[in-house]
Ligand binder design. Structure first.
Ligand SMILES: Nc1ncnc2c1ncn2[C@@H]1O[C@H](COP(=O)(O)OP(=O)(O)OP(=O)(O)O)[C@@H](O)[C@H]1O
Ligand SMILES: [Mg+2]
Length: 328
C-alpha cells in the first residue's frame, strides 16, 4: 500500500476580525476541522469557490494550525521557525500563482535558481552553478534563459523558473497554489504536463490547489472539495468528478463542460457566496442547497463513506457507516 507523505489531522485556522465597522473583536474560523492525507508520489487537489480556505489549508500544510496537527513523512511538523522545522521545510516547497511575486526583478534566473543553495551553503560555487543549470534543463529552460531577468521571460517560462528554484532543494512535496491560473490555456497544459512528468521522474507528491476542474481532472489522483473552511467531499478524482455526490460538488461539476459526454444541466447556486463572517448554522451550505432537509439548518453533517470509498458530509446523501467524522 502507498504510504502517506502528508497528513492533516483536524486542523483549524482562525484570523482576528471585527464584527461591523467598530464592532467587537471575533475570531473568524476560515479552516475548520480539516483532515486530509496525501499519498507518496500522488496528487491531491483542493477545489472550491474563492474564500473557501484552500490557500490557508495549503499554508497550514507547511506550518502550524491553530489547532490540530500536521504529519510529514511520519513525523509531526515541529513548531515553525525552529531549526527542526526549517530542516523539514526544505523538503516542502510552495509554488504560487504569480511567479513575479516570488522572483527578484533585478537578479538573473540562474542566480535565483542557485540562491537556495547559496543561502544554505550547499556545495562549491561551481557545483552550485552546475546544479542550477541542470535543474533549469529539467524544467525546459536553457543557458540563454538562465542569463535573463524575470521580465525578459514569458509567463510560462517564469513559472518554470520558479519550479526550478523549488526543485533545487530536492523537495518531496510541492504545494502548488493555482500554479497555472494566470497562464494562457495552451501554456497551462505545458506546465501541467511538466508537473506530471516531474512527479513521474522524481516521485514528487503534490498538493494542488485549483478552481479549474479540467486541470484537476488531468493531474489529480484524489480531490477534496472545500466549502466555507470544511471538506464536504473527498475521494478518487475520476469518481468524484464523474458522479459527484455532494450537492455542492454537483454544482461545481455542472459548470464544467466535458468533451464527449452528455451535457449536464448547469446547476446555478442561489444565495450569497460563502462568507466566514456570516457562517450559517448546521450545514454551512444549506442556504444555497437545492436538496436541503430540515435538519441541515441545525445539525452539521458528519463525514461518512460511500460504497466506492469516497467520503461525503451531507445529510441528503445515502452513505455507509464510517469511522471518519467531519466534526460536530
Ligand atoms: N491573513 C488573513 N487575515 C484575515 N483573513 C484572512 C487572511 N487570509 C485569508 N483570510 C480569509 O480567509 C478566508 C479563506 O481565504 P483563502 O485565501 O484560504 O481562500 P481561497 O479558497 O484560497 O480563495 P481564492 O480561491 O480566492 O484564492 C477568506 O475569507 C479570506 O478573506
Ligand atoms: Mg487561494
Amino acid at each position: 500500500m502507498t504510504e502517506n507523505i502528508l497528513e492533516l489531522h483536524s486542523i483549524s485556522r482562525s484570523y482576528p476580525a471585527r464584527q461591523g465597522l467598530f464592532g467587537r473583536k471575533v475570531a473568524l474560523r476560515v479552516v475548520d476541522d480539516v483532515s486530509l492525507s496525501l499519498r507518496q508520489s500522488e496528487t491531491l487537489a483542493l477545489v472550491g469557490e474563492s474564500g473557501s480556505g484552500k490557500s490557508t489549508t495549503g499554508r497550514i500544510a507547511l506550518g502550524r494550525p491553530n489547532s490540530g496537527y500536521v504529519r510529514f513523512r511520519d513525523a509531526e511538523l515541529p513548531p515553525t521557525d525552529t531549526p527542526a522545522w526549517r530542516r523539514m521545510r526544505r523538503q516542502m516547497q510552495m509554488i504560487y500563482q504569480d511567479p513575479l511575486a516570488v522572483l527578484d526583478r533585478r537578479l538573473s534566473i540562474l542566480d535565483q535558481v542557485r540562491e537556495p543553495l547559496d543561502i544554505h551553503d550547499i556545495g562549491s560555487a561551481s557545483g552550485r552553478n552546475e546544479k542550477a543549470m541542470a535543474v533549469l534543463d529539467t524544467v525546459g529552460l536553457n543557458a540563454s534563459h538562465a542569463q535573463k531577468l524575470p521580465h525578459q521571460l514569458s509567463g510560462g517560462q517564469r513559472q518554470r523558473a520558479v519550479l526550478a528554484r523549488a526543485l533545487i532543494m530536492q523537495p518531496a512535496l510541492l504545494v502548488c497554489d493555482e500554479p497555472v491560473s494566470a497562464l494562457d490555456v495552451s501554456i497551462q497544459a505545458q506546465v501541467v504536463n511538466l508537473l506530471m512528468d516531474l512527479q513521474k521522474d522524481l516521485g514528487l507528491s503534490l498538493l494542488f490547489i485549483s478552481h479549474d476542474l479540467k486541470v484537476v481532472r488531468q493531474i489529480a489522483h484524489q480531490t477534496a472539495v472545500m466549502y466555507l473552511g470544511r471538506i464536504v467531499e473527498h475521494g478518487e478524482t475520476n469518481l468524484l468528478l464523474s458522479s459527484p455526490a455532494h450537492p455542492y460538488t454537483k454544482a461545481l461539476v455542472s459548470a464544467v463542460p466535458v468533451a464527449g459526454r452528455r451535457v449536464r444541466e448547469r446547476i446555478i447556486l442561489k444565495g450569497e457566496p460563502p462568507n466566514p463572517a456570516a457562517r450559517p448554522t448546521g450545514c454551512a451550505f444549506h442556504p444555497r442547497c437545492p436538496v436541503a432537509l430540515p435538519e441541515c439548518r441545525s445539525i452539521s453533517p458528519r463525514f461518512s463513506s460511500l460504497r466506492d470509498g469516497r467520503s461525503v458530509a451531507c445529510h441528503a446523501v445515502q452513505t455507509e457507516p464510517s469511522s471518519q467524522d467531519a466534526g460536530s
